[in-house]
Design a protein around this ligand. Structure first.
Ligand SMILES: NC(=O)C1=CN([C@@H]2O[C@H](COP(=O)(O)OP(=O)(O)OC[C@H]3O[C@@H](n4cnc5c(N)ncnc54)[C@H](O)[C@@H]3O)[C@@H](O)[C@H]2O)C=CC1
Ligand SMILES: O=C([O-])CC(=O)C(=O)O
Length: 331
C-alpha cells in the first residue's frame, strides 16, 4: 500500500507518544510493519507494556519497546529521529476541535518540552487536536529551548486529502457510472485542520463538477471528522483512518529523509504561503527532503468560489495560531 520504503535499510528510530490510544494502537501496528524502522518506542500513561509485547512478535525489523508514565518519557524519546504525537483527548458529539484545547494544549506542551530536551533534532509529527494550535505550541516550546528548526515540525493533515480522494472518487463514480480508484484522485487541500480552515481546491483536480457537487463535496471534506464523531456516538473520533494517514505520512517522511526525491505530502508547517495575510502556519503540499521540509508549494490558482472560502480560512486560522502561541508563552 504505502511501504515503498521496503528497499531501505532499517535505520530510523520512531517514538509514538499516546501509543496506547485509539489512534496510537493501529498507528503503532502500521509503523511496526514499516521495514525502514529499526526501533519503535511506544509511550503512553497506560497500557504500553502490553501493546509493545503484542507488536513485538510481528516479524519485521523494528524492535518494539513500551514506556509507561512520565518517569519513562525521556527513555522513550532517547535517540528518536521521528516523534509522532497522537496523545490527547478526542472529540465527543457537539464539540469543536478547539474545545479540546484546554486539555490537549497542556499535554502537547509537556511532551514537546521533553522532546526539545531529549531529542532536539527529531522530526515532530503532531496529530493531537486542535492541530491549528498544537503545532504553534510545539514551535514556541522548541524556540524557548533554542532548538527550533521549522523544517522538522509538521501538523499531520494527511487525513484531509485521504478523505478528499475518497469522497471525490465516490461522487465521480456516481455521476459518471465509471468506477474510479480513489487513490488515483488527487485533491490539493490547503489551510488548516478544522472546519472552514480546511480548503479543498476542487478546481485543480482536472475533473468537472456541478456547483451543487462542489458545495456538497467541499462541506463533506471540511466536516468529514464530524461524520465519524457522530457515528461513534461518544466513543471518540477517527482512529483507524487517522492511523493509516499517519503511517502514510511517516513513511513518506522516512523515504525523503533517506534521499528519495519528489516525495510530496500535504502538511501544516511554518509557511510563507499566507504570510501576506499574517498567517505563519499553513497547510499546503510540501516536497519533503533530507532535512524534512524541502519545498513548500504555492497554492496555485483558485476560482471565485475557492477565493471566498479562502477569506474564511484566514481569520479562523489566525485566531487558532495566536491561541497556541499565547498558551505556550504563558509562564
Ligand atoms: N490530525 C488529525 O487529522 C486527527 C487528530 N486526531 C486527534 O488525535 C488525538 C488522539 O485521538 P485518539 O487516539 O482517538 O484518543 P484516545 O483517547 O483514544 O487516545 C489518546 C491517548 O493519549 C494518551 N495520553 C493522554 N495524555 C497523555 C500524556 N500526557 N502522555 C502520553 N499519552 C497521553 C491516553 O492515555 C490515550 O491512550 C485527539 O486529540 C484527536 O482529536 C484524531 C483524528 C484525526
Ligand atoms: O474530527 C476530529 O475531531 C478528529 C479529526 O481531526 C478528524 O477526524 O479529522
Amino acid at each position: 500500500m504505502f511501504f515503498s520504503a521496503r528497499l531501505l535499510a532499517a535505520k530510523t528510530n520512531v517514538a509514538i507518544l499516546g501509543a496506547a490510544g485509539g489512534i496510537g494502537q493501529p498507528l503503532s501496528l502500521l509503523t511496526k510493519l514499516n521495514p525502514a524502522i529499526s526501533n519503535l518506542a511506544l509511550y503512553d500513561l497506560v497500557n504500553t507494556p502490553g501493546v509493545a509485547a503484542d507488536l513485538s512478535h510481528i516479524n519485521t525489523p523494528a524492535k518494539v519497546k513500551g514506556y509507561k508514565g512520565p518517569d519513562e518519557l525521556d527513555a522513550a524519546l532517547k535517540g528518536a529521529d521521528v516523534v509522532i504525537i497522537p496523545a490527547g483527548v478526542p472529540r465527543k458529539p457537539g464539540m469543536s476541535r478547539d474545545d479540546l484545547f484546554n486539555t490537549n494544549a497542556g499535554i502537547v506542551k509537556s511532551l514537546a518540552s521533553a522532546a526539545a530536551r531529549v531529542c532536539p533534532d527529531a522530526h515532530l509529527l503532531v496529530i493531537a487536536n486542535p492541530v491549528n494550535s498544537t503545532v504553534p505550541i510545539v514551535a514556541e516550546v522548541f524556540k524557548k529551548a533554542g532548538v527550533y528548526n521549522p523544517k522538522r515540525l509538521f501538523g499531520v493533515t494527511t487525513l484531509d486529502v485521504v478523505r478528499a480522494s475518497t469522497f471525490v472518487a465516490e461522487a465521480q463514480t456516481q455521476a459518471t457510472g465509471k468506477a474510479i480508484d480513489p487513490s488515483d484522485v488527487k485533491v490539493t487541500v490547503i489551510g488548516g485542520h478544522s472546519g472552514v480552515t480546511i480548503l479543498p481546491i476542487l478546481s485543480q483536480t482536472g475533473l468537472s463538477f456541478s456547483q451543487e457537487e462542489v458545495d456538497a463535496l467541499t462541506h463533506r471534506i471540511q466536516f468529514g471528522g464530524d461524520e465519524v464523531v457522530k457515528a461513534k456516538d461518544g466513543a471518540g473520533s477517527a482512529t483507524l483512518s487517522m492511523a493509516q494517514a499517519g503511517a502514510r505520512f511517516t513513511d513518506s517522511l522516512i523515504r525523503a529523509l533517506n534521499g528519495e526525491k519528489n516525495v510530496v505530502e500535504p502538511c501544516f508547517v511554518e509557511s510563507p504561503v499566507a504570510a501576506e495575510q499574517g498567517i505563519k502556519f499553513f497547510a499546503s503540499n510540501v516536497t519533503l527532503g533530507k532535512e524534512g521540509v524541502d519545498t513548500i508549494h504555492p497554492i496555485g490558482k483558485l476560482n471565485a468560489f475557492e477565493e471566498t472560502l479562502f477569506e474564511k480560512v484566514i481569520p479562523e486560522l489566525k485566531k487558532n495560531i495566536q491561541k497556541g502561541v499565547e498558551f505556550a508563552n504563558q509562564a
